[in-house]
Design a protein around this ligand. Structure first.
Ligand code: PMP
Length: 428
């Protein structure tokens, strides 16, 4: 495969340098778990466009829904009136919100970062308080506010100050006590939060705490046992809103429609994007009607927010995910990949520190004491040269596997063989 050695194609020189890219592949077509390049190569896509095409590329039911909508109306601007696809979508979303939650009201925007901004705006307006607590290692976007809330890599922040004020960064056990030497990481985290309220921002001036249920760009890190419940309790005790950023974990990625279901908590605001519309730009927030009603009309949304074609794709996506047995495949393929990777870990325990993650959000962390810096990227390149797209994440040499949730058993088997060979090559 030419993957790693592809030269920039004509036209690429006119794209600004600030947009990063792991390869110069020209992706012309996608089908299921595979993408096809302009020169006829076929790659197994374990990146899903960074956790977006969760039903695989061009799922027939989503494609049909998009085609139907394109023939009717594309841009039914939501500040002017309603469109049927959004009216249907609010009903579908309400049905799939975590059981027992009061998340029955929605605002649509276009990207994950915008949705996080919407959540912060809602929290600030509803509480009348300015400050937000985020976690070290979190990723929330690239806009000024969300960049200021992002602390997984300095590349997203350095040189763009001054950052937005009112953001306080709580330590995350994964970053602050490596490798996992805290007796009770959940209790430790809550103690750190209490300390933060005593030393940096009082509860009277703190609107909300926001966390990704599983850290995404920060390393594919599932929460320590009981953490999300403890954070929910902390927010209740201190009068903070509890916001979960499910941009990456939502829409089936962790084996449940939303990751909070896995961890048994209900947030006050749930932020979603990526998988919701299988690749068309759609994102949003969910909250209770009472909370949403705290804002006056007109302060949220945007020109393209809740685009009709994107909403049609979302309705079809939710329908497919609601089909019998859908999540069983996520669990089974997740187990298959995890067990296969654990076999590799047992064969090279000095190399692979940890295989982790719920559902099909799987991190493989290499031992950064043993491997050279950039090792995970080296493995990712070695995968590309074998016809498979895999991304790295975080600052601690971690690969992340985000295949389509519809990935087959034989595709996973193939992926494991590629990963084994790629890790061997990178280590040699
Ligand atoms: N939050 C999380 C958890 C994300 O993973 C991302 C994107 N990687 C974002 C927010 C930002 O989403 P977008 O790129 O659509 O703005």
């Amino acid at each position: 495969f030419k993957g790693p050695s592809c030269l920039p194609p004509s036209g690429a020189e006119r794209i600004g340098a600030g947009v990063g890219r792991m390869s110069n592949l020209v992706l012309e077509r996608g089908e299921g778990s595979w993408v096809y390049t302009d020169d006829g190569e076929r790659y197994l896509d374990f990146s899903t466009g960074i956790g977006v095409v969760s039903l695989g590329h061009c799922h027939p039911k989503v494609m049909a829904a998009v085609h139907r909508q394109v023939d009717k109306i594309w841009h039914a601007q939501v500040g002017i009136g309603h469109h049927p696809q959004m009216l249907e979508l609010t009903g579908k979303l309400q049905k799939i919100m975590p059981a027992g939650s009061n998340l029955d009201t929605f605002i649509f925007v276009t990207s994950g970062a915008e949705a996080v901004e919407s959540a912060v705006k809602l929290a600030r307006h509803a509480t009348g308080k300015p400050n937000i607590i985020v976690f070290q290692g979190g990723y929330h976007g690239r806009t000024l506010l969300t960049m200021s809330m992002t602390t997984n890599k300095t590349i997203y922040r350095a040189g763009y100050g001054p950052h937005a004020p009112g953001i306080f960064v709580a330590p995350h056990p994964y970053y602050c006590a490596r490798p996992g030497n805290l007796a009770d990481p959940t209790q430790w985290t809550v103690e750190q939060l209490e300390l933060l309220l005593l030393t940096q921002t009082t509860k009277e001036e703190t609107a909300a705490l926001i966390i990704e249920p599983v850290l995404g760009e920060g390393g594919y890190v599932p929460p320590p046992e009981g953490l999300l419940k403890a954070l929910r309790d902390f927010c209740n005790r201190r009068g903070l809103l509890f916001i979960v950023d499910e941009v990456q974990t939502g829409f089936g990625r962790t084996g449940r429609m939303f990751a909070v279901e896995r961890y048994g908590v209900s947030p006050d605001i749930l932020v979603f994007a990526k998988g919701v519309a299988s690749g068309l730009p759609l994102a949003g927030i969910a909250a209770s009607r009472a909370l949403m009603d705290a804002q006056p009309a007109g302060c949220q949304g945007g020109t393209y927010a809740g685009n009709a074609v994107a909403c049609a794709a979302a309705n079809a996506t939710i329908e497919v995910m609601s089909e019998e047995g859908f999540f069983q495949n996520v669990e089974e393929r997740g187990m298959q990949l995890t067990q296969g990777l654990q076999v590799l870990q047992q064969a090279s325990p000095e190399l692979i520190r940890e295989v982790r993650g719920p559902g099909l959000m799987i991190g493989v962390e290499f031992n950064d004491q043993k491997v050279e810096k950039g090792f995970a990227s080296k493995v990712s390149k070695a995968c590309l040269s074998r016809g498979m797209i895999v991304l790295s994440t975080g600052v601690f040499e971690t690969l992340r596997l985000i295949p389509p949730l519809t990935v087959s058993s034989s595709e996973c088997q193939h992926a494991l063989a590629v990963l084994e060979a790629a890790i061997k090559e990178a280590a040699s």
